[in-house]
Design a protein. Structure first.
Length: 184
């Protein structure tokens, strides 16, 4: 399976991604809607994380850098983590790190490509995610792709002076295929 669309492609994370990923994970605008702690990371911490992704994650995760095919620029990261092969489940993550790509449908394209990979290539049965309730754009995106709300961790995140929920969502392979006009 080719992990690409007309505009983007996925590739494995490499050592050369450390400076870019370090920039993303220390940009409060980027992390405000995805990182519960909003901690800033040292370069050494980012380097250790990327090395773990490259050399240590093994079969527990599938991490991809999202690349703009027009200019070969890394623009974000997506992953299937907490892979449970026995029960065919995973959790997905999506971050568009380059802000000039926000609002252009890249998130939809990347997540669709990731779900195609999860369900059609890896034969997973279920993919889940967690999203902060104040991240309206992400909730709309996930709902549009067929994710259903499965639960709420009430007032689990403190942002901008108030408490917000973390919404747990999931999608089953059958639901995804129906959404795309396919069958099992």
């Amino acid at each position: 399976m080719r992990l690409e669309t007309a505009r983007i492609r996925f590739r494995k994370m490499v050592i050369g991604d450390i400076p870019t990923y370090h920039k993303w994970r220390n940009d409060i605008d980027v992390m405000r809607t995805t990182n519960p702690s909003l901690d800033l990371y040292t370069y050494a911490e980012t380097e250790a994380f990327v090395n773990h992704v490259i050399f240590g994650a093994g079969d527990s995760a599938k991490n991809f850098i999202i690349v703009d095919k027009n200019n070969d620029q890394a623009i974000g990261i997506t992953a299937l983590v907490q892979l449970d092969y026995k029960n065919r489940n995973a959790e997905c993550i999506l971050d568009i790190g380059e802000k000039e790509y926000w609002g252009k449908g890249i998130g939809t394209e990347a997540l669709t490509l990731l779900l195609d990979y999860a369900f059609l290539e890896m034969n997973l049965h279920r993919v889940s995610l967690r999203v902060f309730s104040f991240n309206d754009k992400a909730v709309r995106l996930y709902t549009k792709l067929g994710f259903q709300q499965e639960g709420i961790s009430r007032q689990a995140i403190y942002r901008d002076g108030s408490w917000s929920d973390i919404v747990h969502m999931g999608i089953l392979k059958e639901e995804y295929l129906i959404q795309k006009g396919r069958s099992l």
